[in-house]
Ligand binder design. Structure first.
Ligand code: FPP
Length: 248
């Protein structure tokens, strides 16, 4: 896309969400429908990340949060879980330099210490390398669950109260949100879920309190740049009132 085309596109998509969250569902079905093993669907889904990240970054979206592995995904058969871990590791090894060049800052959301050591190490290395970049904030949900995240925040607050660093009266919504993995980032404005299901599945529950929700039947590996643009366009036309009244 030329600079002029990009300008025209971002003009058409105003207001853009500051923070987009994506529940990337449908990899398994994408593969099964083609008579392929599910792992091929996850690989095809990983290929789609490049375009979506690029477009988010080019349009000037501040943050993109991706649900890659939930706290519930451990229930899948071990070979599939192991394949996903290999894919994450390969992704960090292969893509980090390009993301770094594009000024993308990677952050893991979730309890990554519970992941296999090699995956955790690559993830930490990616965060270390790109952490001070000033472009798109790319949050990757790995062993992530909204309830586990909330529990983590509650424990951290309780610890600070016990040690005398914090008074109960000083806890407010802002200080609570700062204890989440997305500390310092704006709330999620738009959640997109591919793959036909219409639920949040424990994804960014507090950050998405006022998010617009877009559910599409398109399977994640088929979710093209054009599909993403159409979702952003739909978002631009939504009427957000945050509990207030129109025009007030
Ligand atoms: C859901 O599809 C998808 C996942 C559990 C994994 C999402 C992971 C990727 C797109 C891989 C790459 C991510 C990174 C960050 C490298 P599903 O298996 O539930 O599909 P189904 O509902 O059709 O079975």
């Amino acid at each position: 896309m030329t600079e002029a085309e990009l300008q025209a596109l971002s003009g058409r998509l105003k207001p853009l969400p500051r923070h987009v969250g994506i529940i990337m569902d449908g990899n398994g079905r994408y593969a099964t429908r083609r008579g392929l093993p599910r792992s091929m669907g996850h690989r095809a889904g990983t290929e789609r990340l490049r375009g979506i990240i690029r477009l988010s970054s080019d349009l000037g979206i501040e943050a993109l949060s991706l649900y890659a592995f939930s706290t519930e995904n451990w229930k899948r058969p071990k070979p599939e879980v192991d394949t996903l871990f290999s894919i994450f590791m390969e992704y960090f090894i292969k893509e980090v330099d390009a993301l770094h060049k594009n000024n993308v800052a990677i952050r893991a959301m979730g309890d990554i210490e519970a992941l296999p050591e090699k995956v955790c190490r690559e993830c930490l290395a990616a965060m270390e390398k790109t952490g001070s970049n000033t472009g798109l904030k790319l949050n990757i949900g790995l062993n992530y669950g909204g309830r586990a995240e909330t529990l983590h925040a509650v424990k951290s607050i309780a610890g600070d109260i016990i040690s005398g660093k914090l008074n109960i009266e000083d806890i407010d919504e802002g200080s609570m949100m700062q204890r989440l993995y997305t500390s310092g980032l704006p709330d999620v404005d738009l959640v997109i879920r591919t793959g036909g299901e219409k639920r949040l599945s424990n994804f960014m529950l507090l950050q998405s309190a006022y998010a617009e929700l877009i559910f599409t039947d398109t399977l994640w590996p088929d979710f093209s740049d054009e599909c993403y643009i159409a979702a952003l366009e739909e978002f631009a036309h939504r009427n957000r009132r945050y509990g207030g009244l129109e025009g007030k």
